[in-house]
Design a protein around this ligand. Structure first.
Ligand code: FRU
Length: 503
């Protein structure tokens, strides 16, 4: 009896030891995960306002859809390195478009190819039939790029596939009969953006097909029919058309349709850029209101931008904050590239023309600290902040951000030419690409005497929003240390709003 009790005590003691050991391992793991988090999002150049993945390569935003209070952001992701590679859909979520939580990879390449860009929709009526037990399916529609077909010199190596989620977008199952839209022999046949066209109870897919857009429609997201083509003779054609988007927007109680078409190269300041058309869409064809060229963002570093689906009347846009000219060689180590600040889109009439204006979503205000007025020479700039000021149309003005290493970034307005500019030629590391040091320019459209400017500045980027978002520029830069000092040319005082880090 006594022996048995002793044995029992021994066993208990051992169990306790194992438990203590397990607990301490767990504790160490949690603690190191926490320090990882702390260092991971705070490396040199790491954006503190903008989404970037913990590590590795990112390009286009994909599958953006708002559902049950969550903004889903999928993105072109290569999880094995910091350069472009076999594409996956990475995944992050946010409740407020500011704070992001990165989740496991949503879609992996398979025998049909890599997972290229695309969109996601909420299939509320279960038109696809994927819904079960009353669960609303989310459907992702994306390009599958078959590298083998490409290498073999085929023309039809990009096809459109779908996947569904029955747990509100967290995990995805690919459709067994993919692809759902076969390539008719166009090498660039990609980036499907799908929307519900309520008037005819059908889905409309806007697809980039080399040098034009092709619209398709479907009752169920599985069977697609060609509707029409647009744009061969219109807009900018300095490169391949990619990542389109189509949506209605109201202006003065009238509904207009906006067609966004990304283009690479051939952007307004070289390399990648986002153009758009304003017109009408009748469920079958898109008719532009005029033949004018319009750019959503004139800076070198906004690309592949499209909008979130299912956000009601609000249209929220997000772009990739980079340029294919040098995206693969920018001097970050742990990760490469980031997204822009989410922007709310609105049509505005400027000098008789309808322009698509974009401004930071109002949620940016939720991370604002106390605003303060500063003047030239101020040397206590934080890492991430907003600058707000007004300038006169008739005089040049500029803001210089400087650091102790003698590097500087200049953002200004050239009154003679009516242009905004960003000069990053001396902003730090610029020699990784000959194009990078170039000054970028954007026209001013508003004729108002007073120019209204907002700059959103992060560790390695600036976004300029002029005249309520009718001229926008995005530019990245890589200084060896923080720009802590500011010089103002022809500006007396400006307002600074320091921002909290999102990480
Ligand atoms: C645009 C793009 C898309 C394509 C994806 C591949 O940046 O070239 O057209 O789907 O990137 O990663």
């Amino acid at each position: 009896m006594e022996k048995a009790t002793n044995n029992c005590k021994k066993v208990m003691k051992n169990k306790l030891k194992i438990l203590t050991l397990t607990l301490s391992i767990l504790f160490v793991k949690i603690a190191s995960a926490q320090t990882n988090e702390a260092t991971i999002y705070h490396e040199q150049f790491r954006p503190q306002l903008h989404f970037s993945p913990k590590e590795h390569w990112v390009n286009d935003p994909n599958g953006m859809v708002y559902f049950k209070g969550i903004y889903h952001l999928f993105f072109q992701y290569y999880p094995k390195g910091t350069t472009w590679g076999p594409m996956h859909w990475g995944h992050a979520i946010s409740k407020d478009l500011m704070h992001w939580q990165e989740l496991p990879i949503a879609l992996y390449p398979d025998s049909l190819g890599y997972i290229f860009s695309g969109s996601a929709v909420v299939d509320s009526n279960n038109t696809s039939g994927f819904g079960k037990n009353g669960k609303i399916p989310l459907i992702a529609i994306f390009t599958q790029h078959d590298p083998k077909g490409e290498q073999a010199g085929k023309d039809n190596f990009q096809n459109e596939s779908i996947a569904y989620s029955l747990d509100d977008g967290y995990t995805w199952t690919k459709y067994a009969n993919n692809p759902v839209l076969m390539n008719p022999g166009i090498r660039d046949f990609r980036d499907p953006k799908v929307m519900w066209y309520a008037q005819e109870k059908k889905w409309v897919m806007t697809l980039a097909t080399k040098d034009h857009i092709t619209f398709y429609s479907s009752p169920n997201l599985k069977d697609w029919m060609k509707e029409s083509e647009f744009g061969k003779e219109l807009g900018a054609h300095g490169g391949v058309w990619e990542c389109p988007d189509l949506f209605p927007l109201k202006f003065n109680n009238k509904t207009y349709w906006v067609l966004i078409v990304n283009l690479n190269p051939g952007g307004p300041n070289g390399g990648s850029g986002t153009q758009y058309f304003v017109g009408n869409f009748n469920g079958h064809t898109f008719t532009p209101a005029d033949n004018e060229l319009r750019w959503l963002d004139y800076g070198p570093d906004e690309y592949a931008g499209v909008t979130w689906g299912n956000t009601g009347n609000r249209k929220i846009f997000l772009g990739w904050m980079s340029n294919w000219e040098y995206a693969g060689v920018v001097p970050t180590e742990k990760w490469r590239n980031a997204m822009t600040i989410p922007r709310e889109l609105a049509l505005k009439q400027v000098a008789g023309r309808l322009l698509l204006a974009s401004q930071p979503v109002n949620q940016l205000g939720s991370i604002a600290k106390k605003a303060e007025d500063i003047s030239s020479g101020y040397s206590n700039l934080p890492n991430q902040y907003i600058l707000k000021f007004k300038a006169l149309k008739t005089s040049n003005c500029a803001i210089e951000l400087l650091n102790k290493a003698g590097e500087k970034l200049v953002i200004g307005y050239d009154s003679k030419n009516g242009k905004f500019y960003i000069d990053r030629s001396k902003s730090g590391t610029v020699n990784f690409n000959p194009e990078f040091a170039k000054i970028s320019y954007a026209p001013r459209f508003s004729g108002n005497q007073v120019i209204d400017l907002t700059l959103v500045i992060d560790a390695s980027s600036v976004e300029l929003f002029a005249d309520k978002g009718t001229t926008v520029m995005t530019s990245v830069f890589f200084p060896s240390q923080l720009f802590n000092q500011i010089y103002l040319q022809s500006l007396k005082q400006i307002q600074i709003v320091p921002l909290k880090s999102i990480w």
